[in-house]
Design a protein around this ligand. Structure first.
Ligand SMILES: *Cc1c(COP(=O)(O)O)cnc(C)c1O
Length: 397
């Protein structure tokens, strides 16, 4: 049945793809060995460095984020290597399962899935590892299952304070292009990214940004790899080419998305996400519902996970909102299934997108019979009215 109007895709990735990016992709695929292609390759590889905040190598895979997770591990580690992983939620758990399947030995620092990575716990564990058996520390920057964001600079400082040589690997699949990130300044060795969340592209590309230390580790690493091998990639990338067929049309889109991010300005993009996160949480609090992330310093600018009261179904609410209001919200993942719904406020997103999404939720809460106070949308309107987006006001002047 036809559903008139635009579908509200308010899951925390894939996010809505702007028309400019869709138009950019809609061109005939080119010969990826042609002289023209090299230029496109170099533009995307160089452009991605500005988003990661690195002058080092960036690798682009024709794969979802999970592939780039695997690439980070197989390029730097050997069978049986110990890796310290922070289980901040479902995505951290999946990365840890992947590590186990590859023959690594993950050691887990757990949380209650309502806060960011335990930095003190990382430091304590590294200090105790006097034999330096731990080869890597893996942290998810923005845990998309819980809506908590970890402080990567603090994790780096903890590793340094412990005097430990482990590599630092960070998953930025849902934060890259929406939350401030500095691969070089924060001393990250491998950063993993994906196309379909903050970068405003369809699913299908993923990335590794790699430090010199990570490249040195890759010379010694003994886990089997072929498709994911950095060595062949980096060699071919020097002239803008790839060892196998790249996702050419996605790269057209990537050039456009990078232009859009820089036209707005990365600082403005990050501020916009924070502002929309704050307005969303204010609406949730006004409804009398609880935000899953319980540490104010850890709240995500990209998504908000909302707990439904005991005895009510988050999936039932999502179903009503999907069927009757034509909006998709994120579901509760893993142990959070049916307990939370997740509001994505990332990517190509503005005040009215947010107010539309919040209105849909407020209507849905009533129709689903979930007890709540009215006025969440009004609270968000008041917040956004009192704090206009400085960038937009400046441009209008
Ligand atoms: C979406 C996501 C992934 C998984 O990426 P896929 O593209 O689905 O493979 C991993 N980590 C985080 C933090 C994510 O948000």
């Amino acid at each position: 049945m036809r559903k008139p109007g635009r579908h509200f895709l308010q899951i925390p990735g894939p996010s809505t793809v702007p028309d400019r990016v869709l138009r950019a992709i809609d061109f005939q695929t080119m010969d990826h060995r042609s002289p023209e292609f090299g230029e496109l390759g170099l533009r995307t590889l160089e452009g991605m460095k500005t988003i990661f905040g690195t002058t080092g190598d960036v690798i682009i895979y024709p794969a979802s984020g999970t592939g780039a997770w695997e690439a980070a591990l197989v390029n730097t580690l050997s069978p049986g290597d110990r890796v310290l992983m922070c289980e901040t939620g479902q995505f951290a758990w999946l990365w840890q399962r992947l590590a186990k399947r590859l023959g690594l030995e993950p050691e887990i620092i757990e949380t209650d899935w309502r806060q960011a990575a335990d930095v003190a716990g990382i430091e304590a564990r590294l200090r105790a590892d006097t034999a330096h058996e731990i080869k890597a520390v893996c942290v998810v920057h923005n845990e998309t299952s819980t809506g908590c964001t970890s402080d990567i600079a603090a994790v780096r400082a903890a590793i340094t304070a412990a005097g430990h040589p482990a590599l630092l690997m960070v998953d930025t699949i849902s934060s890259l292009g929406s939350v401030e990130y500095r691969h070089d300044d924060w001393g990250v060795d491998v950063t993993v990214g994906g196309s379909q969340k903050g970068l405003m592209l369809p699913p299908g590309l993923s990335f590794n940004a790699v430090s010199e230390k990570a490249k040195a580790a890759s010379e010694e690493a003994r886990l089997p790899k072929s498709f994911w091998d950095w060595g062949e990639m980096i060699a071919a990338n020097k002239t803008g080419y790839f060892p196998y067929t790249p996702a050419t049309n996605m790269l057209y889109g990537l050039v456009e998305a990078l232009d859009m991010l820089h036209e707005e300005g990365l600082e403005a993009v990050y501020a916009r996400h924070k502002r929309h996160g704050a307005a969303t949480r204010l609406a949730v609090e006004t409804w009398g519902l609880e935000v899953l992330c319980r540490v104010p310093e850890h709240v995500s600018p990209v998504l908000t996970a909302v707990m439904v009261p005991e005895g009510h179904s988050a999936d039932g609410l999502r179903r009503i909102i999907h069927t009757e209001l034509n909006m998709s919200l994120g579901n509760g993942l893993g142990r959070l299934q049916d307990r939370v719904f997740r509001i994505g406020h990332l990517g190509d997103f503005n005040d009215l997108t947010l107010l539309g999404a919040l209105s849909g939720i407020e209507i849905g809460l009533s129709r689903a019979g979930i007890p709540h106070n009215r006025g969440g949308v009004q609270a968000a309107i008041d917040y956004l009215t009192a704090r206009p987006d400085e960038q937009l006001v400046h441009r209008a002047a």
